[in-house]
Structures are given as C-alpha cells and as structure tokens.
Design a binder for this molecule. Structure first.
Ligand SMILES: Cc1cc2nc3c(=O)[nH]c(=O)nc-3n(C[C@H](O)[C@H](O)[C@H](O)COP(=O)(O)OP(=O)(O)OC[C@H]3O[C@@H](n4cnc5c(N)ncnc54)[C@H](O)[C@@H]3O)c2cc1C
Ligand code: SF4
Length: 481
C-alpha cells in the first residue's frame, strides 16, 4: 500500500476517489482491471488501522462514529471511518436484493422503481461474491435467479434444519462473507460472533481481500484526509478539496468518484453547490426487530456461524402495498443470554428481522456551520411499523415446526444500513445520479455506495453496493473505449 502524505506538485490524477469502503473499492477494482495504467488517488478521512491494530484496540477506528456526526435525532447512524470503511465493521451478511426490490412502484405502488433491474446486476453480483468468497447454499436460485456461491454454506442450527424440513422453499442458510474453510490469510469462521472485530479475519474486509487495489502500483492513498467539497466549474469537477492536518489542499483528477457513505457523500455535494432531486434527502435505513424464542427441549447455538438461517415467508408479496417486507434471521449467538434454568441453558433462540422502510423526502442530512454533517431527526414510517407488527404476529405460524414455549419481543434497533441520500433515477428532476451512477449534470463525477439506492428492500445492502460499483466502472470504461 503506497501511503502518501503530500501531493506531488502539479501532478493530476486520472481518478481521485473519495473514501475506501464498499462503494469506492469495488469501483476501483473494476476500473483498474480495465485501465491498469491509470493514476489513482484515494482520499480517506480515517487512518490505516491494520487488522492487528483493530484487535489490539478493540475498535475499528480511533474516530468515534458518534463524534463524527451531529445527530439531531434519537436513532444512531453507525458507520466506520478509516481505510476500508464499512468493510471493517460490517458483520458479513451478504444476501442479494430480491428482484421485486427493484420494482416497488410498478409491482406494489409504493416508493420508486430502480433504473437498474435485478437481471442486469446478476453478473456483477457473481463477481462481488467471488471477491468476498461468499459462503451460501446451493438451492437459493429459486429466490435469487442465478445465485451460485463460490464457498460452501455454513452449517445451520438444528432449529434451522427443522424449519427447512417443514418449508424447504422458505428457509435457507444465509449467504455470508465469512469463510467456512480457511483461504489464504482468511481463517475459518469459529462462530464466536464478534464479527465487527473478527479475530480469525474470516470475514471479508477490503484490507484482507482487495490488496489488488490497495497495493496496485498506480494507486496512491492519502489517509487522514477529510474531503470538504468539490471544485466545480461549467459542469465539470476540477478538483477535490480536502483537509489534512488542518491545511486545506486540492487534488486534481480527470474523474472523481465519491464514495464517502450516505451521510458524507451528500454533505460534500451540498457544500459544493450541486443539485439533483433528493440530494441529501430520503435518508433511510431499515428497522431491526429482535425477538427471543424460548424452546422446549430443543438446544440451540449449534450452528457454524453467528447468523445461520433466513426465512423468506414475509419477504415479498402483495403485503408490500401497505407494509414493509421482513427479512427474518435465525441468530446463532446468545443475544438475550442463556436460560437460567438448570440444564436448559441453550433452549433459547434469538431472532431478528430487517423491516423495509420507504424513504421519505422529509428525512435527510444537512450542512451547518460546524465541521460535521447534520442528521436530521428521524422516525420510522407507519409502513415499517406495520411491517414490524406483521413480523411479530406471524412468528408463531412461521415457527410452527419448532417446540416453542414463548416468544418475547426484545426491541427495535438500528440495522446500520444508511442509504438513499443521492438516489439514482432517470433525470435531475427525480434523482441525483443516473443508472450508471454518473451525476446527471457533472459527467466526470461518479457517486458510489449505499447513498444511490432509490429504495432499501429488506436485505443487507453491501453486496448490492459492491455489484452496483462493479457495474458502474464496467459501463464507464466500455463507454470510454
Ligand atoms: C456494525 C455494523 C454491521 C454491519 N453489518 C453489515 C452486514 O452484515 N451486511 C451488510 O450488507 N452491511 C452491513 N453493514 C453496513 C455496511 O457497513 C454498509 O452497507 C457499507 O459500508 C456501505 O458502503 P459505502 O461505500 O456506502 O460506505 P462505507 O463503506 O462506510 O465507505 C465510506 C468511506 O468513506 C470515508 N469517508 C467518509 N466521509 C469522508 C470524507 N468527508 N472524506 C474522505 N473520506 C470519507 C469513510 O472513512 C469510508 O472509508 C454494517 C454496518 C455496521 C456499522
Ligand atoms: S463469527 Fe467469529 S470467526 Fe466468524 S466472522 Fe464472526 S467474529 Fe469472525
């Protein structure tokens, strides 16, 4: 990794990339495959914190997330600042979006349709799954056409297997970017469920799997460089203004790729005077609902990784006209502790559900006087609240194959999937970027990352973010050829 502290005088880059998380790194992977001689500068707000540093310091970054944002609401917005971005703190759950997630308006009359459809993303999903070595089951292509995983799925728990036997087309091992079998420097997952700080390095991170980008001879990385705004003249970005060590500097690039997460990408664009419908608005993430299921005589926590199974009974269908989709997970980690009764310690099964929300224009990110973005107050919509109620109401039926003693709602929390603040769409009247993630007005500006999602679905987003980036770089380089 070529870390630099100073820009060479008068050197311009072919591409200046802001941030080094999912969006930026997968874009660069494809970009460098197509243009290996291009000179690239990555500007990263955080430091290069190695895996060892993260384990020794029990955190992903010295920058505390809550201090890196002015949050005017109660709900936390969690992200990680540092080389590798969210690939460091994420938990590795890697499902695809459902084909319907791309067509919410035409299928169910809510939200908007995406300008990219599931089928167009399939080859890029495959590429991202190969890079991350996603472990997944062999029978998932009935739900996600074309899904074939490069690594074998983790063992499900006994409870998962009973649910699978009762409803083979509804219950599956969850795809995850955690290795079951060690490959290279990545160890085998040992199911200890500390995945934001994985001691085995079993989980995909940019630092353990994207060395072809970080160590590429034509890539310079400047860490501790917080991007403040873009210099734009006559609909062209001419430079990226960043602050390093209290000194403001400008980096020049023919192409600028903005992947500073769904809080900071719109903040940088708003500070640069850019436009596009919904810039900084529609801030959204799904709800995470927790439930504890007590079992009678059935022992849990015998699966091969932290989260083992998922159920699609409430994922898609006409209910999405009025309430959010639910992506239902079986957790193989004692979120609620073990049971106190003698000998019955493991007769409990934690469950979680991601509940879809519909992005609303009134929720957003704004710019104030201070150095940090402002997240405006946020509340879940009635659409998501109804989705949560339906999940809890339907749980007894969904778990009919298990000896359930009781089900207790354990609260609602943040899913940590910040999205939708620079949405893609047809024109500047309805969105910020086009289907290839290029800004509608500024054609040498590509925006990558979770911010470009027009709607959120109910699955974890990062695999889709990676696939969108691979596709955007592929389309851009083909059009330039
Ligand atoms: C605890 C936790 C668990 C998660 N688990 C999962 C999971 O299991 N599955 C899943 O799909 N998703 C998960 N996520 C979400 C995942 O982290 C995000 O979906 C993903 O990181 C978003 O990618 P991105 O490119 O938009 O942003 P990021 O990956 O956050 O990348 C943004 C980059 O920009 C940098 N940056 C920000 N502002 C600036 C600036 N002003 N100047 C320069 N650089 C800047 C950041 O340091 C970072 O490198 C989890 C998140 C958290 C917090
Ligand atoms: S369960 Fe343990 S070994 Fe597996 S990815 Fe998570 S922290 Fe790493």
């Amino acid at each position: 990794m070529r870390l630099i502290n100073e820009l060479e005088r008068d050197v311009g880059y072919d591409a200046v990339v802001v941030g080094s998380g999912f969006g930026s790194m997968f874009f660069l992977q494809k970009f460098l495959q197509r243009r290996p001689r291009a000179r690239v500068l990555i500007l990263e707000w955080g430091a290069h914190n190695t895996h060892r540093w993260q384990l020794e310091n029990h955190r992903n970054s010295p920058i505390n997330n809550t201090n890196a944002l002015t949050n005017r609401g109660d709900k936390p917005w969690l992200f990680s600042i540092g080389v590798g971005g969210g690939t460091n703190c994420w938990w590795g759950l890697s499902p695809r979006l459902h084909p319907s997630d791309f067509e919410m308006k035409s299928r169910y009359g809510v939200g908007v349709d995406w300008p990219v459809k599931y089928d167009e993303l399939v080859p890029y999903y495959e590429q991202a799954e190969r890079t991350m070595l996603v472990a997944g089951p062999e029978d998932l292509d009935v739900v996600y056409p074309g899904a074939r995983f490069p690594a074998r799925a983790h063992n499900m728990t006994t409870a998962d297997r009973m649910l699978k036997a009762a409803a083979p087309d509804k219950h599956f091992a969850i795809p995850s970017a955690r290795l079951r079998d060690s490959v290279g420097s990545r160890g085998a997952c040992c199911a200890n469920a500390r995945c934001n700080l994985c001691p085995q390095d079993a989980k995909f991170t940019a630092l353990n799997s994207l060395n072809d980008v970080f160590d590429h001879p034509s890539v310079d990385i400047m860490a501790d460089a917080k991007v403040e705004r873009l210099d734009v003249a006559a609909n062209v970005v001419t430079g990226v203004i960043f602050n390093k060590g209290g000194r403001e500097q400008k980096a020049r690039g023919e192409l600028v790729v903005l992947g500073a997460n769904a809080i900071y990408s719109p903040w940088i664009m708003l500070r640069s005077g850019l436009r596009g419908h919904g810039l900084g608005r529609y801030l959204c993430e799904k709800m995470m609902v927790l439930a504890e299921v007590k079992l009678s005589g059935l022992k849990h926590f015998d699966g091969g990784t932290a989260t083992t199974g998922f159920n699609i009974s409430l994922l898609d269908g006409e209910h999405r006209r009025t309430r959010g989709s639910a992506f239902v997970l079986v957790e193989n980690r004692p979120l609620d502790g073990l049971r106190p009764e003698w000998g019955r310690w493991r007769e409990t099964m934690p469950m979680a559900a991601y509940i879809e929300d519909i992005p609303r224009e009134e929720c957003g990110v704004s710019v104030g006087e201070g150095p940090y973005a402002i997240a405006e107050p946020f509340e879940w919509s009635d659409y998501a609240v109804r989705g949560r109620e339906a999940f809890l109401d339907n749980l007894p039926e969904l778990l009919r194959a298990l000896p359930v003693e009781s089900i207790t709602y354990r609260g609602t929390t943040s899913a940590c999937h910040i999205q939708c603040t620079t949405r893609m769409g047809a024109s500047v009247e309805d969105s910020v970027v086009d289907s290839n993630l290029i800004h509608h007005d500024i054609r040498n500006l590509v925006v990558v990352g979770n911010s470009v999602f027009p709607t959120v679905g109910s699955a974890n987003p990062s695999l889709t973010t990676a696939a969108l980036s691979l596709r955007a770089a592929d389309k851009l380089m083909r059009s330039a050829a």
